[in-house]
Ligand binder design. Sequence first.
Ligand code: BG6
Ligand code: MG
Length: 223
Amino acid sequence: MKAVLFDLDGVITDTAVYHYHAWKALGEKIGIEIDEEFNEELKGVSRTDSLNRILAKGNKEEAYSQTEKETMAAEKNELYKTMIEEMSPKDILPGIKALLDGLKERNILIGLASASQNGPTILEKLQLTDYFDEIVDPAKLKAGKPDPEIFLTGAKDLGVKPQDCVGVEDAAAGVEAIAAADMVSVGVGDADTLGKATKVVPETGALTVELLEEVWSEAVGRS
Ligand code: BG6
Ligand code: MG
């Protein structure tokens, strides 16, 4: 294992819940209910694609102009930004800091493969930016998760082969993207939702360098 590519929301910090609340608030304004089950389908999905999925759920794909959709997405993002305003290192999920330290000690490269355009801001607030050797800019990608492009770009930017990487994700779309990139994946959360992952752990506290090394070695068949 030469590199680990991390998702951000729901893996490094619990911003997944803020995305959910911000979309829910927008949904209430336009008469589309967003519950936790439907929200699973939005995890890992870009802002624009999330809005399109929400409108499709309410059969309102044709109800708004492009400009109106852009305004709605911007409005959601403004609300989301107020929610993340006060974030600090105390919001780093359990085990993540120790994992990043362990990876650094072993000279294993660290990359961010998040669909969020707020990713760099959040890493700054968490004071984790310096750990990351590469941060993929999602605005430059052609396709979002479950397409493998974000993970393949991360590996390329780090100068490693996809087969030498482990991807860590909390979303079904993300796990699919890692698999499509021909990488070993570790899912954090519910095994029913993340069943396609090489290994699923219930929470971030279980993520250690040893575990990632072990999962990678077993899957790739070497150490
Ligand atoms: C992903 C989240 O990390 O980023 C999604 O799981 C979110 O819920 C996506 O829609 C895009 O985030 P942002 O911050 O660019 O709107
Ligand atoms: Mg996520």
